[in-house]
Design a protein around this ligand. Structure first.
Ligand code: UD1
Length: 418
């Protein structure tokens, strides 16, 4: 298994280009199941989660061609069964259920199960499918859906789940008529998916607000689409610039999508300048970092996917801060690993109290999940000495060319294989 080695203490300088968004690319790629026509999806990042998605599309009978960051997908679907071996690799695979149900009026999709950060049920998805006319059962670890008559409906999601919003939008796209979905997620990835679905021929209104209206059609056509930049990668590099006392430009991003993170960085004392599609951050080392509390919330609140990285930054702030996790019930696995750097943190209910200190010291640490891994890399960038990070396959799920990008900014980071 690979390990990442970081020699801490080097200021980052230069420009880093942000890749296409993993979380936007996944539902867009799954939506290609809604048509047999050719779709061309550009700006798709080279990540393990994307590989898993393309394998799943191929399993269903799609032809997939990949040239650099563009994926061509075409052809008919041969199966409506999504087996556990493929689904368990990535929770987002459950997004096949909407398109399969919409195309074939039946589907058999393995339940994804929990993961390191929480139980992650799919009850909101299942309730939505049922309101759209599907008979939904759970049998032997599989969600089994059948419907003679899918119909447009008024749906109200109990919680604005990102995945459930996407599954409902995709399903409703192939149901003739007007489906209204209330209390939907507002995330930019939802707006990107709506943009792609409208290119397939669906009329969609309200993406980015509380209510999405889908005017579905019984046949959709192919389309070309460019995936939006990754806002979590953007936030992670902003924090990398901050924690290393650097001077970096995060390029090819959408500053508006990370405005909450930018305002927290400004509160912590960093200089952050927004341009059209880039963000310049300076400050940090030498200047004291102010402690700033964050509470994770749905968009446009502070993203749970940047909670661990923010905690790493607060470990070297000048004073006490509190990070509260509001979205997932078990997203503090990085706390124990950050303590190995000498950081002072303690968990209290849904919060972590961090007593910042001026120095961290390197340690061997282990990644528990994707964003926890990013936090350990960030701590490694600033810790004195050599940090060895194991189980880095989690990072390969969601950060394209992580070491190369950080090396280009001047970090002393490399990967070794056992
Ligand atoms: C997506 C993102 C993930 C991010 C999360 C929250 C992708 C591929 N993943 O995950 O990176 O951390 O949004 O921003 O886009 N819930 C239920 N029942 C359901 C569905 C969700 O109780 O049927 C709960 C979850 O357990 C969790 C919360 O709702 O506590 C948010 O989950 P959700 O928004 O669905 O996250 P994902 O779509 O899985």
């Amino acid at each position: 298994m690979d390990k990442i080695i970081i020699e801490g203490g080097h200021n980052l300088k230069g420009v880093v280009r942000i890749s296409g968004s993993k979380n936007a690319a996944l539902p867009v790629l799954f939506s290609t199941l809604l048509t047999d026509d050719k779709c061309l999806i550009a700006n798709v990042p080279d990540l393990k989660d994307i590989d898993a998605t393309l394998e799943l599309l191929e399993f269903f009978g799609k032809k997939v061609k990949r040239v650099k960051d563009t994926i061509e997908i075409s052809g008919k679907i041969a199966s409506v069964i999504a087996p556990y071996e493929l689904i368990k690799r990535m929770r987002a695979s459950f997004l096949v259920s909407g398109p399969l149900l919409a195309r074939f009026k039946k589907a058999r999709v393995a339940l994804p199960g929990g993961c390191a950060i929480g139980v992650r049920p799919v009850d909101i998805h299942l309730e939505g499918f049922s309101k759209l006319g599907a008979d939904v059962k759970v049998e032997k670890g599989y969600v089994v859906m059948d419907s003679r008559n899918l119909k447009p409906a008024y749906l109200h999601l109990r919680f604005p789940s990102v995945g459930a919003t996407e599954n409902m939008m995709m399903t409703a796209s192939l149901i003739d008529g007007r489906t209204v979905i209330h209390n939907v997620a507002h995330e930019p990835e939802i707006v990107d998916l709506a943009d792609f679905l409208s290119k397939l021929g669906v009329k969609i209104q309200g993406a980015g607000t509380d209510t999405v209206t889908v005017h579905g059609r019984n046949k959709l056509h192919g389309a070309c689409h460019r995936v939006i930049p990754d806002r979590i990668e953007t936030g992670t590099y902003l924090i990398a610039g901050a924690i290393s006392g650097g001077n970096i430009v995060v390029d090819d991003c959408i500053p508006e999508d990370v405005k909450t993170v930018i305002s927290k960085l400004i509160c912590a004392g960093f200089k952050v300048k927004r341009e059209n599609n880039s963000i310049h951050i300076t400050g940090g080392r030498g200047n004291k970092i102010k402690p700033v509390n964050v509470t994770t919330e749905t968009y446009p609140g502070f993203p749970t996917d940047l909670q661990a990285q923010w905690m790493a930054l607060m470990c070297i702030a000048d004073g006490r801060s509190v990070v509260r996790e509001n979205i997932f019930e078990n997203r503090f696995l990085h706390v124990g690993e950050l303590q190995r750097f000498g950081a002072k943190l303690r968990i209290k209910g849904d919060s972590v109290i961090i007593e910042g200190k001026s120095k961290l010291s390197s340690a061997p640490v282990m990644v528990s999940d994707l964003r926890a891994g990013a936090a350990l890399v960030l701590a490694g960038l600033v810790a004195e000495g050599k940090t060895v990070i194991s189980r880095v396959y989690h990072l390969d799920r969601g950060y394209e060319h992580l070491e190369k990008k950080l090396q280009k900014l001047g970090a002393k980071i490399h990967r070794i294989s056992d």
